[in-house]
Design a protein around this ligand. Structure first.
Ligand SMILES: [Zn+2]
Length: 145
């Protein structure tokens, strides 16, 4: 029994050691793959679990650092109302979220963003980010649910 405990501890230590040895670009690829395969917004903890199942252990702090890098590169967006992460979409000013199947789609709406910025400026606000998210049912769910 002690040998098994020692073997399990040793395996865990190896997995942690592997995680420290992974390069930033390897972490980027692992996290990006999990976000793309999920096909819905995923939390940092879900990403950590998914990566740890297919590769060596990844702690949430590593996931958060990797996500910050991917967001700054314009590859990932944070869905604020779900605290989840999703692949960035070109021309996505408005995020539509299905509350039934969790599908996410983005639509261009530069006029909406411009209106918000104009209203904010008129009110004396210096806007640093505009996030527009709407919840409802996607076309498929609206027909079938
Ligand atoms: Zn749906």
């Amino acid at each position: 029994m002690m040998m098994l405990d020692r073997a399990i501890r040793s395996h865990s230590a190896d997995r942690r050691l592997d995680a420290r040895r992974r390069s930033a670009s390897e972490n980027d690829a692992l996290v990006m793959t999990q976000i793309q395969q999920a096909n819905r917004p995923v939390s940092a903890y879900d990403i950590a679990d998914r990566v740890s199942q297919i590769s060596s252990f990844m702690v949430p702090n590593q996931v958060y650092r990797t996500l910050a890098r991917l967001i700054s590169q314009g590859r990932v967006v944070r869905i604020e109302s779900l605290s989840g992460y999703f692949p960035a979409q070109p021309q996505g000013d408005v995020c539509l979220i299905c509350t039934h199947c969790h599908a996410v789609s983005f639509r261009p709406a530069p006029e909406v963003v411009a209106t918000l910025r104009r209203l904010a400026k008129a009110g004396g606000y210096a806007v640093s980010a505009v996030v527009i998210e709407a919840h409802g049912q996607c076309a498929t769910c609206a027909r079938t649910v």
